[in-house]
Design a protein around this ligand. Structure first.
Ligand code: SF4
Ligand code: SF4
Length: 144
């Protein structure tokens, strides 16, 4: 049975200089209909590449995409992650609340402060992309 369940994971990729020159990310999107958001990348033409990305799509396509990368000699690790907020720079503008579907960021109607309930946060990283001052940070264990 074909499932349309959406799936998303943060993964770390390590690859050889030969792979650096191939359009792997382009193929991943085109062949398997996956979307990706590169969170961190260190690539040089003569050295190994290292990349952390959020990969999303249909669960079956996701598995096929991962096999495709592995067949091309790319090693893949899951990356545990968490989100933190830099309280010293948050301006409490409220923009992030519209993108947080887990209600982990909400307006306190009395104080007009945006409260971060980190226990509700699923680390989807939506807020990190919209925050105008970069107060929301992705912390990973795979960025060495
Ligand atoms: S978008 Fe950024 S600055 Fe605005 S409330 Fe959210 S975390 Fe704070
Ligand atoms: S990472 Fe996602 S769930 Fe967590 S606070 Fe940001 S938008 Fe909400």
């Amino acid at each position: 049975m074909h499932t349309t369940e959406e799936y998303s994971r943060i993964i770390a990729l390590h690859f050889s200089p030969e792979v650096v020159r191939k359009p792997m990310m382009y193929n991943l999107a085109k062949k398997f209909d996956l979307t990706f958001n590169i969170l961190k990348a260190r690539i040089s033409p003569r050295e190994e590449g290292h990349m952390i990305l959020e990969l999303s799509g249909n669960r079956e396509d996701f598995k096929k995409g991962i096999s495709y990368l592995q067949k091309h000699g790319i090693s893949i690790q899951d990356v545990a992650q968490s989100i933190t907020r830099d309280e010293s720079i948050c301006t409490h503008c409220g923009l992030c609340t519209a993108l947080c579907f887990n209600k982990a960021l909400s307006l306190d109607p009395e104080t007009r402060v945006i409260v971060f309930h980190d226990s509700r946060c699923t680390a989807c990283s939506n807020c990190t992309r919209i925050c105008p001052v970069g107060a929301m940070h992705v912390e990973t264990n795979g960025d060495s």
